[in-house]
Design a protein around this ligand. Structure first.
Ligand code: NQM
Length: 399
């Protein structure tokens, strides 16, 4: 029989029909999903993916037999370990699953799930708290993205009983999540060309993309942490201020954006992206809340209630560049250090940028909040490891 656990994983209870796997359910920014230690998951990627599908309850659209929330933003998982690299504290793999299908992807980044990595590592003993704040260097293995993440770790108690804990209460609000919480600061390095080969993989700030039916659309094909296709909302006959519900009900727009995504991804050198979660599609319009630009982002088929972290960094970068489709409708601000508010359906996302003298984006910083929601074991049918094996106590097999 295939042994369900690997390396440091806890031995399964003997011969149960379900295998418990230690996990923490975390909210990271505007996303949510279970976090695992790498050593608690199967080393074999195919088996690991079957385990994650079972954990999430995919491919059922409501994920009722798992912990997924029936939406791409709540069909995510994080895998964390210490790192072999001296200058890296933690390695993080972001896994995007989906309600409604069996896709398990580890190609693109997710800055929202990333924001939960350091709290998870501190809570589970992978990392020791420093002083009032704890900063860790985290490598996202999906793309090699390096980020420095700082969380608040105040002292709790006095004298011998005192210890540093992760602060979760605080005054920081992020649009798309209710209430306020303790801030988590993320500074990104070298975000250019995360999945695509470079920041502007076509070599242009603006391209004319010819769709299968012959229609032409101007778009910016860009990747500063997230591969994205930016298009002016007016060019596709929309305002760019529609609600998420309106966008999700707009089958014509979705079909048009999917055509643009497939053609544009080809130009970006991303190959056939029909079953991929990237590039993300974003409609741009003039800001109307005092920010830099208004966005409506598709990830890539469902409309986002807000906008992804590296998606916001990538849009902010396009806003600062002269010739992109954002030019003429966005307010790009000025100075080598600037904060751009990227407006989205539930508010705005502030991106702090540091630019070179020539106007290239050198560094990006953002603030998120995160919180553990539950810790314990997630139970996975043992048949996931060996689909042909009989479930003890029954005559059933699953294949
Ligand atoms: O772009 C959604 C999210 C994301 C990704 C998505 C993200 C990012 O909001 O860094 O955070 O684009 O699928 O969680």
């Amino acid at each position: 029989m295939t042994e369900p656990f690997t390396e440091a994983g806890r031995p399964p209870r003997p011969f149960g029909a379900q295998v418990p796997i230690p996990a923490w359910l975390m909210r990271g920014g505007t996303s949510r999903g279970p976090f695992f230690r790498a050593s608690d998951l199967p080393r074999d990627i195919a088996v690991r993916n079957r385990v994650l599908l079972a954990v999430m309850g995919s491919p059922h659209p409501l994920q009722v037999d798992g912990v997924g929330g029936g939406h791409p933003l709540t069909s995510k998982a994080g895998i964390v370990s210490g790192s072999d690299e001296a200058e890296i504290d933690l390695d993080f793999t972001f896994v995007q699953l989906q309600p409604g299908n069996t896709s398990v992807q580890t190609t693109a980044n997710c800055g929202n799930m990333l924001s939960a990595v350091v709290p998870y590592a501190l809570e589970t003993g992978l990392l020791e708290p420093g002083g009032e704040t704890t900063t860790a260097t985290v490598r996202t293995l999906n793309t090699g993205l390096i980020s420095e993440i700082t969380v608040q770790t105040p002292e709790l108690g006095t004298g011998e009983d005192s210890r540093r804990v992760v602060a979760y209460d605080g005054d920081t609000a992020i649009d798309g999540v209710g209430g306020t919480a303790s801030p988590i600061r993320i500074m990104f390095r070298d975000t250019e060309g995360s999945v695509a080969a470079s920041l502007l993989p076509t070599g242009h700030e603006r391209d004319v993309v010819v769709l299968a039916g012959g229609r032409e659309l101007e778009a910016t094909l860009i990747d500063n942490g997230q591969p994205m296709i930016l298009v002016r909302a007016g060019d596709v006959g929309r305002t760019g201020y529609e609600s998420t519900e309106e966008l999700n009900a707009d089958a014509d727009l979705k079909a048009l954006l999917e055509d643009l995504r497939i053609e544009g991804a080809g130009l970006m050198g991303l190959g056939d992206v029909r079953d991929k979660s990237y590039p993300k599609m974003t409609l741009l319009a003039a800001p109307r809340g005092g920010g830099a630009v208004s966005t409506r982002c598709f990830i890539p088929h469902a409309a986002h209630e807000s906008i992804g972290v590296l998606a916001a960094v990538t849009v902010a970068t396009a806003v600062c560049m002269g010739g992109t489709v954002a030019h003429g409708l966005a307010a790009s601000g000025s100075g080598r250090q600037r904060t751009l508010a990227i407006e989205h359906p539930s508010g705005a996302f502030d991106v702090d940028l540091e630019l070179s003298e020539r106007g290239e984006v050198l560094r990006a910083g953002i603030t998120r909040t995160a919180r553990p929601l539950m810790s314990g074991d997630l139970w996975v049918p043992r048949t996931v490891w060996d689909p042909q094996r009989k479930i003890p106590g029954t005559e059933k097999t699953e294949s």
